[in-house]
Design a protein. Structure first.
Length: 222
């Protein structure tokens, strides 16, 4: 099973890097949103430090949502996903592999870029470190929850809008805890409580989301 999981991850990573424009679109969207806000708000350092956690997290959330369209749609269109579902390996395992690959392509670059972009908001080093860890824990949750929405809207006309309507309410706790961790650290309260809450949400999503996504995919195949 581990070999099958690695094969799914390797395949999806290879296909993603063959379509570099899709990957770069998500990345440049995140960079532009984070960079335009300081230009529009002005050079007031205190205001930028206050707004930074929310801006970076909202940008990461929207950028992750942009990448949901390619999670299952292309494989579903050419029949590959159905062939995977008919294989001897559990469909849940295939879903986990595809979600991990999606996070490596769309989530990890955002996590690595966030500390660099946070510098323009004049955040202290401690707050930048908390932001890095909050995104490191939070972005897999976005991919896991987004996979459920992508599977539920598979093959539906206007699926992109439906995905947003389905997953945005579920993203709100992640956004609150992620941005709240940075805000608490900046105010001197410490962000460990918010990070622990994010870790709990990640554990729950990792346990339940692949199963729910697999069930949604089986419905889409019928």
């Amino acid at each position: 099973m581990l070999s099958a999981l690695m094969c799914v991850i390797r395949r999806d990573l290879l296909l993603a890097f063959r379509r570099r424009s899709d990957v770069l679109t998500t990345l440049f969207f995140f960079i532009m949103v984070c960079s335009l806000f300081p230009l529009g708000v002005g050079p007031e350092a205190a205001l930028l430090r206050t707004m930074a956690p929310g801006i970076v997290w909202v940008a990461a959330l929207l950028a992750s949502m942009l990448a949901l369209g390619r999670l299952f749609a292309l494989d579903y269109a050419d029949g590959t996903l159905e062939q995977m579902a008919l294989s001897a390996e559990p469909l849940t395992l295939i879903v986990i592999g595809k979600v991990v690959a999606h996070w490596l392509v769309s989530g990890v670059p955002l996590v690595l870029l966030a500390p660099l972009l946070a510098v323009q908001f004049d955040l202290p080093a401690e707050s930048i470190a908390v932001m890095f860890f909050s995104l490191l824990i939070g972005t897999p949750i976005l991919s896991l929850i987004g996979a459920i929405g992508a599977a539920l809207t598979l093959g539906v006309r206007g699926g992109g809008v439906l995905v947003a309507l389905l997953v945005l309410p579920l993203y709100i706790p992640v956004l609150i805890f992620g941005a709240g961790a940075v805000g608490a650290e900046a105010s001197g309260l410490g962000g460990s409580a918010h990070l622990l809450l994010l870790g709990g949400v990640l554990a729950g999503a990792a346990a339940l989301a692949p199963w729910a996504t697999a069930a949604a995919l089986r419905i889409a195949f019928e």
